[in-house]
Write a protein that binds this ligand. Structure first.
Ligand code: ADP
Ligand code: F6P
Length: 467
C-alpha cells in the first residue's frame, strides 16, 4: 500500500536536551497542534521534520532516533549554522515577516538564502530515503517552499501536495523578495497547492501571472484550492465536559470570583498584536473606570523564536508595558493583567478557555489562528464571547465573532466593552453558530478534503514552463 509522508520543518514533538539525555515535549504552533490531532488516513503514515536540536548533540541523537522511530517520526538534524541561517534567518527573518506584511522587519541575505536551498535539499534527501513510487508526500509551510520542485524532479512518480499555513501576500509585497521566481517555481511543481483562504489563493495566482509577464520563466501551477485548517472539535468539546476540566475551570472561577475574565493565548510573536491588545485594554479601563478591578486580562504567552532579535525586543517591550499598565490600575491584591510566559499542559489550557468569559484574539496578520477555534469548541452550550481580528484567516469562517481592526485602539476598547456587556442570549446564539461551523469544518475535514483532492489528481512529470 502507498504511504503518506508528511513533511514539515518541525516534528510534532521536540527534544529538550538534559545533559546526556533529553525529554520530548509537544511542539506548539498551529501546524503541529492541528495536524497531530487529526485522525490517521487509510495509508501508512509517517512524519519527517526537525526535532529542535542540532546535529552536535550526538549522544542524544542515537536514543532520540530510537524513540522517534516508534512514533513513526523521522528526524532531520540541522547544523548550528543552518539553524541560524535557514530557520532563524531566511524562514523567520525573511519569509515570515514579509508574508505577514512586515517589510520593515524583513532582511534579504544571500548566505541565508543559500542555507534555505541547502536545507530544502537535505529534506528532499530524507524524503527520498523512505519514499517509494506513487507514495504521497504532503509538504507543509513556508520553510519548505522549494521542496515540491526538488521532489518532482528526483522522483516524478510521487504525488506531492503543498499547504501554506501562513498568508500568501499581495504582489506589491511579494515582489520585494529577490528570489520571488524561485519560490514560486518551487511551490508550483506540487500536484496540489492549498491555502487557508480564497484571498491567499488569489494573491498567489496574481503573483504568478505578474511575475511571468515581467519575463521570468516559471512553472504553471496546475491545481490550487482553499482548505481552511481547523482543530479536533470533538477532542476540545469532550475534554471540556470532563470532571477534571470542570475542576480546573472552578479553580480559575474561584480565583477570579465575581470578575470577568478576558483571555488571550499566543506564541510571543509580533504578528499576534499582543502590544496593540494591551494598549486597547488600557484604553478600555481608562474609558470605563467602573470596570477597573472587576474585568481581568489573562495573557498566556508561549516563548517562540527566542534567538531572533525582534522577538527578544518584543518580550522586553511587552513586559515593560505590562508593568506600567498594572502599576497604573492595580489596587492591593487586585491587578488587572495576569501574565504567564510559558506553555500550558492541554488540560490547563482547556480549563482556562472554559473559564474565560471573553477570548481576545487580535493578530495584526495571521494565516488562520486556531486559538479562536479552540476557544469556541470548549464552550459547550454555554456562554462566551469571541473578539476576533479581521486580519486572521479564521475571520472568514467565524462570522458571529465581534470582529475588530487591531490597529484601531478605540474600536478595540469599544469591542471589549461590547463583549463585557453582551447579554447571555446573544452570547449563546453567536456561540451556537460558530460551533456549528467548526464541528463540520474540523481538522479531519481539512485533512481529508486536501488528501482526497490530491489523490484524485493524476501526478505529472514536470510542470510546463511558460514565459
Ligand atoms: P501559530 O500557528 O501562529 O502559533 P495558532 O493560533 O494557529 O498560531 O496555533 C497556536 C497553537 O499553539 C494552538 O493550538 C494553541 O493551543 C497552542 N498554544 C499557544 N500558546 C500556548 C500556551 N501558552 N500553552 C500551550 N499551548 C499553547
Ligand atoms: O503556523 C505557523 C508556524 O510557523 C508553524 O509553521 C510552526 O509550527 C509554528 O508557527 C511555530 O513556530 P516555530 O516552529 O518557529 O516554533
Amino acid at each position: 500500500m502507498n504511504k503518506l509522508i508528511i513533511v514539515s520543518n518541525r516534528l510534532p514533538v521536540k527534544a529538550i536536551p538534559r545533559g546526556n539525555s533529553f525529554h520530548l515535549v509537544p511542539t506548539e504552533g498551529g501546524l503541529s497542534t492541528g495536524l497531530k490531532s487529526s485522525s490517521g488516513s487509510d495509508s501508512e503514515e509517517c512524519w519527517i521534520g526537525w526535532p529542535g536540536i542540532s546535529n552536535r548533540e550526538q549522544p542524544v541523537k542515537d536514543e532520540l532516533n530510537k524513540q522517534l522511530e516508534q512514533l513513526h517520526l523521522h528526524p532531520v538534524f540541522l547544523s548550528e549554522k543552518d539553524k541560524k541561517n535557514y530557520y532563524e534567518g531566511f524562514s523567520n527573518c525573511t519569509i515570515w515577516p514579509l508574508f505577514h506584511y512586515f517589510p520593515c522587519y524583513t532582511h534579504f541575505d544571500d548566505v541565508e538564502w543559500e542555507s534555505y536551498q541547502k536545507v530544502n535539499d537535505q529534506f528532499c534527501m530524507e524524503v527520498l530515503k523512505i519514499a517509494e513510487d506513487n507514495d504521497t508526500v504532503w509538504v507543509h509551510d513556508y520553510h519548505l517552499m522549494l521542496l515540491p520542485a526538488l521532489l518532482k524532479k528526483k522522483k516524478p512518480s510521487l504525488k506531492v501536495g503543498f499547504f501554506l499555513h501562513i498568508p500568501f501576500p499581495s504582489y506589491e509585497i511579494f515582489r520585494m523578495l529577490p528570489w520571488a521566481s524561485q519560490i514560486l517555481d518551487g511551490i508550483s511543481s506540487a500536484d496540489l497547492i492549498g491555502f487557508h483562504t480564497e484571498a491567499y489563493r488569489k494573491y498567489f495566482h496574481e503573483c504568478q501571472e505578474k511575475i511571468r509577464k515581467s519575463g521570468d520563466n516559471i512553472s504553471t501551477p496546475r491545481n490550487t484550492g482553499v482548505f481552511p485548517m481547523s482543530i479536533n472539535f470533538d477532542k476540545f468539546n469532550k475534554t471540556s465536559k470532563s470532571p477534571e476540566i470542570k475542576a480546573i475551570e472552578r479553580k480559575y472561577r474561584m480565583r477570579f470570583k465575581d470578575q470577568k475574565i478576558i483571555l488571550s493565548v499566543d506564541r510571543l510573536d509580533y504578528t499576534k498584536g499582543i502590544l496593540h491588545r494591551l494598549y486597547a485594554f488600557e484604553r478600555f479601563l481608562e474609558q470605563n473606570p467602573k470596570y477597573v478591578g472587576n474585568v481581568k486580562l489573562v495573557m498566556l504567552v508561549v516563548p517562540s523564536r527566542t534567538n531572533v532579535g525582534n522577538y527578544r525586543e518584543l518580550k522586553n517591550h511587552l513586559e515593560g508595558e505590562l508593568g506600567r499598565i498594572n502599576g497604573r490600575f492595580s489596587h492591593f491584591g487586585n491587578i488587572p493583567i495576569h501574565y504567564f510566559y510559558r506553555s500550558l499542559p492541554f488540560n490547563e489550557l482547556v480549563g482556562l478557555y472554559k473559564a474565560a468569559d471573553i477570548a481576545l484574539v487580535t493578530p495584526l496578520r495571521d494565516g488562520m489562528n486556531l486559538v479562536a477555534k479552540e476557544y469556541v469548541a470548549t464552550k459547550g452550550k454555554g456562554k462566551g464571547v469571541l473578539i476576533l481580528s479581521k486580519f486572521a484567516g479564521a475571520a472568514y469562517e467565524l462570522n458571529a465573532a465581534i470582529k475588530v481592526n487591531p490597529f484601531d485602539e478605540n474600536a478595540m476598547a469599544q469591542a471589549i466593552k461590547e463583549a463585557v456587556e453582551q447579554d447571555e442570549a446573544e452570547q449563546e446564539k453567536r456561540m451556537r453558530a460558530m460551533r456549528r461551523t467548526i464541528k463540520i469544518n474540523n481538522v479531519d475535514h481539512w485533512k481529508f478534503s486536501f488528501l482526497n483532492r490530491l489523490n484524485g489528481i493524476n501526478s505529472r512529470k514536470a510542470p510546463p514552463k511558460q514565459t
